[in-house]
Ligand binder design. Structure first.
Ligand code: HEM
Length: 517
């Protein structure tokens, strides 16, 4: 409460202001004058005049109904007129960039006194810088865009590009060369998949699922085929444009006709001289409404081919209204006799399946990491809520049924985390080709596990929060967002069941032919 002289009052003095036209209450030693606010109170005026509230210490009642952030908003913070003599504030708002002290709110390597074989001091320093950046630059934008449905502003993209956030989300490699990563906190040579995991984790903690996709997810999945399979000339123009946030790219594989069944796609590319002529439609294309380039899966004479298509008059994009915010830029894309040079082919003609399949591993690992981070936020929300919410005169977590749900949620997120870190460690120690061979199955299974458990946690947390979990604002807003959007993770990048099946089929292929019981 800056800029205002706060007075001190005794409990008895505050108690006298307990009626219409003269209403004070105390919350955690702070005295608020609600006289004029009462009629504007979103929860109604009546509740403020009840016994135990008007003129009284309403701390318990308040935190059973509101998030702490309500008191921090300037329009409400200015209702404070003083403090109670001899009392001190005990419920301190946590700095947004600080590590949470709530058990399981952070992965164990970030919790005091815990150890990890994977993370070094470099990762710790990187995590700190990354959280600060995300909280200061990305979080306010996330809240805005998730609500108004607009694409991420160029201003935020510019700041992200300055720090090479998108470049880091593509993993280690030549594209990082000469780039300053997050103000230089790690060098491109030292950057590894655990740093990348940290970036993914930090940008998906805010309960703003669509925004996570709007934040250049198209680049994370659409640019690697250019980087790994594009001609040197194509790479020289497209890669810097996208990494520097000047242009946007989207991966355009899925169609209304086929999704996980990549072989069933119907978009065609026919060769005419030195050009491809492309016809077809693509559906659910993330960032498609504002993409400048599309990495397109096409049927060609000799099989499946991936081609980079720049936006032109022959490419049209229409927003698709999905269950999450339009900030993700989900589009229906039509290619109508689009002509692009043959040199825009990514990989070999007819060998597109290899391009797409190797790209899928990284995409699925990325979704597993962002999805798990969102799941962990939900665990923290449930632990806090069940501790501060009073039911039948006791905290909600006094109910064994609630504790059983919390146990299940914690077990799921910790299992996912441990498996994810193991796979990340394998990625760190394998070449791209080895990863394609050895990790396609495990990553498929991991993603299936994390998204399936994510939806179980979405259900459990909805029961813990009750009506608030189906309310877009207020106490349960993060639960509502997770419950509504967790199916995305189980669909995007390959449907859950298909991925489970892929994992098992890969394992079946590798069973030694002479293995017998
Ligand atoms: C400084 C004091 C207070 C402020 C600034 C305040 C502000 C708000 C706001 C902004 C909301 C909308 C929901 C949200 O954003 O969370 C709300 C809802 C509500 N408030 Fe307050 N409030 C205050 C004190 C109280 C107290 C002492 C009670 C005690 C009974 C109360 C009861 C409610 C109820 C019942 C709701 C509706 C909650 C729901 O629908 O889940 N408020 N209040």
């Amino acid at each position: 409460m800056s800029g205002k002289n706060l007075r001190t009052f005794t409990v008895e003095e505050v108690a006298k202001h307990n009626k219409e036209g003269d209403l004070w209450i105390t919350i955690d030693s702070k005295v608020y004058d609600l006289t004029r606010f009462a009629d504007l109170h979103p929860g109604g005026a009546g509740v403020l005049f009840t016994d135990g509230i008007a003129g009284q210490d309403a701390t318990k009642a308040f935190f059973g109904l509101h998030r702490h952030e309500v008191l921090l908003k300037p329009q409400y913070a200015r209702l404070q007129i003083g403090t109670i003599e001899g009392q001190e504030e005990t419920i301190k708002p946590q700095a947004l960039d600080a590590l949470s002290k709530v058990p399981y709110a952070e992965p164990s390597w970030l919790q005091e006194g815990y150890h990890s074989p994977y993370y070094t001091e470099s990762h710790k320093e990187f995590q700190k810088a990354c959280r600060k950046f995300m909280v200061e630059v990305v979080y306010p934008e996330a809240l805005r865009c998730e609500e108004n449905g607009k694409r991420v502003s160029q201003q935020v993209i510019d700041k992200m590009s300055e720090n090479n956030i998108l470049a880091m989300r593509l993993g280690r490699g030549k594209h990082l060369k000469g780039r300053t990563l997050l103000g230089g906190v790690v060098t491109p040579e030292k950057f590894d998949h655990f740093h990348e995991l940290i970036v993914n984790t930090e940008l998906s903690r805010f309960g703003t699922r669509a925004f996570t996709d709007g934040l250049q997810a198209g680049g994370v999945i659409g640019l690697p085929p250019v980087l790994n399979f594009g001609s040197p000339e194509l790479q020289a123009t497209v890669v810097p444009e996208v990494l520097d946030g000047k242009k946007y790219i989207a991966l355009a594989i899925t169609e209304a006709f086929a999704g996980s069944d990549v072989a069933g796609l119907q978009t065609t590319a026919v060769r005419e001289g030195n050009e491809w002529v492309i016809n077809g439609t693509k559906k659910w294309i993330t960032n498609g409404t504002f993409a400048d380039y599309f990495t397109v899966g096409c049927k060609t004479e000799t099989g499946f081919t991936v081609i980079l298509v720049p936006r032109s008059d022959e490419v049209s994009t229409k927003p698709i209204k999905t269950a999450y915010s339009s900030t993700a830029g989900t589009a229906y894309v039509t290619f109508d006799k689009v002509r692009v040079p043959i040199s825009n082919t990514l990989g070999k003609v007819g060998k597109g399946m290899q391009v797409i399949l190797s790209n899928f591993n990284h995409e699925r690992w990325m979704i597993a990491s962002t999805s798990l981070s969102a799941q962990r936020t939900v665990v923290e929300e449930c632990l806090k809520w069940s501790n501060q919410r009073l039911v039948f005169g006791k905290p909600l977590n006094a109910q064994p049924v609630i504790r059983a749900k919390l146990a299940a949620m914690i077990e799921r997120v910790e299992t996912g985390q441990n498996w994810l870190e193991n796979i990340t460690y394998q990625m760190n120690n394998m070449s791209y080709a080895e990863q394609s061979d050895k990790l396609a199955g495990p990553i498929g299974l991991l993603k299936q596990f994390i998204t399936k458990t994510g939806r179980e946690t979405a259900e459990d947390s909805t029961q813990v929060f009750g009506g608030r979990a189906v309310t877009v604002t207020g106490m349960g807003k993060l639960i509502e967002n997770f419950h509504r959007t967790s199916p995305y993770d189980s669909i995007l990048g390959g449907a859950e069941d298909v991925l489970g099946d892929l994992g098992v089929r890969q394992a079946m292929k590798k069973i030694p032919r002479n293995a017998r019981l």
